[in-house]
Design a protein around this ligand. Structure first.
Ligand code: TYD
Ligand code: MG
Length: 463
C-alpha cells in the first residue's frame, strides 16, 4: 500500500494535488479536495487527448430496436419493502439503503436475505461493521431462514470483489459502505473518496455479474458524516429508513428509484423478533390519537396510500426573542409559513409564543396537504380547547394553505375522506374539490376552516 496511488481532486474546479489541503490552491474554496484513486492515463494518447488510432464512431440505435429483455424481479417477501422498491429487487441493480445508526438497517437486510435465500436465490451478506458471530446473534433472533445466509466479515474492497466474482450471488448486501477501504488510498474508511471508490469498484463487479447489490450507509441527522450522499447519483435507487430510535415505528421511503415510483412508503414496527410490517398504520395512529387541545388527525397520503396521523401542537408564552419553533415530522419552513398565514387570516398571533409541532408516532409527513392540520392544531393549542365535538372522535382534516390564506386542493381527496370514514371520523374538513365527496366539509379559506373547527360539527349539523 502506498499513498502514491491516490491524488486529491477539487470537487469545484478539478484542480489536482498530491496532498490534502483545507483550501483548494486552484479556486480558493474550502474543504473541496477529495481523495481519488489515480487512473492510468489512457493508452494511445495524451491525457484527455484524442485517441491516436482512428476507429469507426459507434452508431446510435432507435430505442424500439434496443434489446430490453423482461426481467423477473427478486421479491424479498417483505411486502412493504417490495412495494417501496417498485415490486422487488431488479437483478443487477444497485440500491443505497440509508438511515441513522440503530434504526434497523441490518435487521431489514438480514430478513430480506433470509427470505431470498429460502426462495432459492444465491445471497451474500458482507459485514464490515460486525463480526460474523455478531451477525449470527442477530440472525438467531430473526429465525431459521436468516441463519442460512452466507456471511463474509471483510472490510477490503478488493477481497469483497474477489468473493463476488467467485460466488456470483444474485443478491449481495454490503453492511456498511462506510467500513470498506480501497487499497492504495490514505483516507479513513467512510471518507468521501473511500466511499466513492469502494462503491464504484463494487458496482463495476455487480453490473457484469448481474448481482443486485444493497449498499447500507449511515446518514447522521446533522449530515456531517454523510458519506453515502455522494453516491446518490451513482446508484439506481436510494431508500431511506427513518424513525425515532426510541419509538418502535419505522418508515421506509424511496428518494430515488429508477425502477419504480418514489412516492411509496413502507411502515414497520421493531419487535423482539425483528421488523414487523404494519399493514394498517392508520388504525394504530388513530387509536392513539388524543382528544386534547392542540391535537387533530391529518388525512395524509403516503404515495398511493392514505395514512391517518395525529398532529400535535403546543403553544407556550415566552419572553425569548426570537421565540422557539420546533417541528418534528414536518418541515420547519412550512411551520414558519403557517404561523405567518395564521396571524393574517383570523388565527392567533404567535409572535410571543414558543411553538412546538409534532407528528405523533415518529412519522414524517412531507406533503403540503398537512398545512391545514398544523394550522388547526396550533389554533386549538393557543385557545386551549379541543377541536371537533366534545364527546366524540378527534377532528380530521387535510389541505394546503396558500400564502393569501386560501385552502388549496391536494391530490386524492376522496381517498383521504374514505380512509377517515373507516374509523368513523366524519365530517372531514378540507379544501373544495370539483366533484362532491360524501363526508367532506369543504372550505374555501383557512379563516372559514378555523371558524368551523371552533364550533362542533355534530352540534351544527343537528341545528
Ligand atoms: P440494527 O438492525 O442493528 O440497526 P442498524 O443496522 O440500522 O444500525 O438494529 C437496531 C436495533 O434494533 C437494535 O438496537 C436492536 C433492535 N432489535 C430489536 O428490537 N429486535 C430485533 O429482532 C433485532 C434484530 C434488533
Ligand atoms: Mg447495522
Amino acid at each position: 500500500m502506498s499513498g502514491r496511488d491516490s491524488e486529491f481532486v477539487c470537487q469545484g474546479c478539478g484542480h489536482t494535488a498530491l496532498a490534502w489541503t483545507g483550501r483548494c490552491p486552484g479556486c480558493g474554496e474550502w474543504n473541496t479536495l477529495v481523495e481519488t484513486r489515480r487512473r492510468e492515463p489512457r493508452k494511445g494518447g495524451r491525457r484527455g487527448g484524442r485517441p491516436a488510432a482512428k476507429r469507426d464512431a459507434p452508431r446510435p440505435v432507435p430505442l424500439r430496436d434496443v434489446d430490453a429483455p423482461a426481467v423477473d424481479r427478486l421479491t424479498t417477501r417483505i411486502a412493504e419493502l417490495d412495494r417501496v422498491l417498485g415490486g422487488g429487487l431488479v437483478p443487477g441493480s444497485l440500491i443505497l439503503l440509508g438511515g441513522s445508526p440503530g434504526i434497523g438497517k441490518s435487521t431489514l437486510t438480514g430478513m430480506a436475505l433470509g427470505n431470498l435465500c429460502a426462495s432459492g436465490c444465491r445471497v451474500l451478506y458482507v459485514s464490515g461493521e460486525e463480526s460474523a458471530a455478531q451477525v449470527r446473534l442477530r440472525a438467531e433472533r430473526l429465525g431459521s431462514d436468516a441463519l442460512a445466509v452466507p456471511v463474509l466479515a471483510e472490510t477490503s474492497v478488493e477481497a469483497v470483489v474477489e468473493t463476488l466474482e467467485a460466488e456470483r450471488p444474485d443478491v449481495c448486501v454490503i453492511d456498511s459502505i462506510q467500513t470498506l477501504s480501497v487499497e492504495g488510498m490514505t483516507g479513513a474508511p467512510g471518507s468521501v473518496g473511500q466511499v466513492r471508490e469502494a462503491a464504484g469498484a463494487i458496482m463495476e463487479a455487480a453490473k457484469h455479474l448481474g448481482t443486485a447489490v444493497v449498499l447500507v450507509g449511515h446518514v447522521t441527522k446533522d449530515g456531517s458524516v454523510a458519506g453515502p450522499r455522494v453516491l446518490e447519483h451513482l446508484v439506481d435507487g436510494v431508500l431511506l429508513f427513518e424513525g425515532e430510535r426510541e419509538r418502535s415505528f419505522r418508515t421506509l421511503r424511496a428518494l430515488k428509484n429508477r425502477f419504480g415510483a418514489t412516492s411509496e412508503v413502507g411502515v414497520f414496527e421493531m419487535r423482539a423478533g425483528g421488523l414487523v410490517e404494519v399493514a394498517d398504520p392508520s388504525a394504530r395512529f388513530v387509536s392513539e390519537a388524543s382528544r386534547a387541545a392542540g391535537s387533530c388527525v391529518l388525512c395524509a397520503m403516503e404515495g398511493t396510500r392514505p395514512l391517518l396521523v395525529e398532529v400535535q401542537a403546543l403553544v407556550a408564552p415566552t419572553e425569548i426573542v426570537p421565540p422557539r419553533r420546533v417541528a418534528t415530522g414536518i418541515d420547519r419552513n412550512r411551520l414558519a409559513m403557517i404561523i405567518a398565514v395564521l396571524a393574517r387570516n383570523g388565527g392567533p398571533s404567535l409572535a410571543a409564543a414558543d411553538v412546538f409541532v409534532n407528528v405523533a408516532g415518529g412519522v414524517r409527513v412531507d406533503e403540503p396537504g398537512a398545512d391545514l392540520a398544523i394550522a388547526l392544531a396550533l389554533a386549538s393549542a393557543h385557545r386551549g380547547e379541543p377541536l371537533g365535538p366534545a364527546d366524540g372522535q378527534p377532528l380530521a382534516c387535510f389541505g394546503e394553505v396558500g400564502l393569501t390564506g386560501e385552502l388549496r386542493f391536494v391530490a386524492h381527496p376522496e381517498r383521504r375522506v374514505a380512509e377517515a370514514g373507516k374509523f368513523g371520523l366524519r365530517p372531514v374538513v378540507g379544501p373544495e374539490s370539483a366533484e362532491s365527496i360524501d363526508g367532506l366539509e369543504s372550505m374555501a379559506t383557512l379563516a372559514a376552516a378555523l371558524k368551523s373547527a371552533r364550533g362542533t360539527p355534530a352540534i351544527r349539523r343537528a341545528a
